[in-house]
Design a protein around this ligand. Sequence first.
Ligand SMILES: NC(=O)c1ccc[n+]([C@@H]2O[C@H](COP(=O)([O-])OP(=O)(O)OC[C@H]3O[C@@H](n4cnc5c(N)ncnc54)[C@H](O)[C@@H]3O)[C@@H](O)[C@H]2O)c1
Length: 295
Amino acid sequence: MGFYDRRFCSYTPQKQRRNLYRKLTRKVLAHVNNLSNASQESLRRVEQITGKKVNFIKGDIKNQDLLDNIFATYPIETVIHFAGLKAVGESVSKPLEYYDNNVHGSSTLFKAMEQAGVRKIVFSSSATVYGQQPQESMPIKETASRSHTNPYGHTKLLIEDMLHYQHQAAVRSNSSWKVALLRYFNPIGAHPSGEIGEDPKGIPNNLMPYITQVSAGKRPYLRVYKGYNTSDRTGIRDYIHVVDLAKGHLKAIEKLQEVSGVHAWNLGVGEGYSVYQMLARIFHKRRQVPPNHLI
Ligand SMILES: NC(=O)c1ccc[n+]([C@@H]2O[C@H](COP(=O)([O-])OP(=O)(O)OC[C@H]3O[C@@H](n4cnc5c(N)ncnc54)[C@H](O)[C@@H]3O)[C@@H](O)[C@H]2O)c1
């Protein structure tokens, strides 16, 4: 399970009053993960929080035999595709690994879906598909032009395009795909229980787990890059809480009951915070002074 999938699973059953959520909890059936960046302990905690059994299959989405088997075993209606490598810097040093895992993995998954007649998918895309946008385009709309500045971003663009072309091909055969491209901005936070949160293997690639690890004494300091054209010279990002992100997935699935075709939706709050603003807000809220080594 990945970062969102863990919280997605655990979040869903808390909304059982609503029919959609009830339907979804019945339909979240199979979870596939190769555990390259996950631990089974998080699954145990999902089961503990939700009181539901997680049907976990350890495996890789590049393995089509495995996927065919899963589609034959479970009555799957919708795929939520989180699986991927996601570190921008690493993608620059290991581009082939990223294209193989993300693009080949996705095309294998889509082939298995097509063969099984499962044509509804929510895909974890990224705001990185917008590349560099001018200040006047902020907040970025879904209609903004797409481009890429690194292999990771390119894999997301390619996967989005694959889904567009696959839908067009299906329409020519009197069928259709239902696709939600969810373009995440910067997800942060944890499940309110505190049982599951972001706990990356290795050096964190994101600001919040880095701050957490420095605060906990696991890392000596946070190095802040100050070369941006912003008021305090630190990078500004749009941060979204993971529970809001999970709600976004539920909304997307709900919408796909009504519409066909490929739809891109941003998941962000439309407002940015600089690194210094984030540090100030986190520690001000707790009436604490940031430890010196944090800045
Ligand atoms: N975290 C972010 O800032 C962010 C922003 C935008 C988009 N996304 C996208 O959201 C998705 C989930 O991100 P996350 O932050 O939860 O990352 P994550 O690494 O926690 O989750 C991805 C999961 O996919 C699994 N995985 C990777 N390759 C696989 C494969 N070939 N077969 C089976 N399992 C595989 C990993 O073990 C991991 O558990 C990713 O696709 C990522 O690109 C993340």
